[in-house]
Design a protein around this ligand. Sequence first.
Ligand SMILES: [Zn+2]
Length: 102
Amino acid sequence: MKMLHTTQNKVELYVLKSKLDENSIESIIKNEEPPLAGEIPPAVAWPELWVLDDSQFGEAKKIYEQEISRLQSHQAKWTCSQCGEHLEGQFDICWKCGASRS
Ligand SMILES: [Zn+2]
């Protein structure tokens, strides 16, 4: 069993896990409910996605890389060309001046 990915973002792990499920790769999520902050350093307590069968790890890694680049391009920060405001990737319109992402 090998760890594929760890992140604070549980949703990201669920998205990845469902992709692995679609490809018949068995996986589990550990540390789904991390201890409260302060008990363990946060990086240690992040949820982890594990691939059960080592022989499928290479394939899982490919799916992971595809998904991560897709997620990250979707979440990429951008700068408004009108007013220069820095915006998070989930916004398509500048909240400050109303210009749309170019
Ligand atoms: Zn703007």
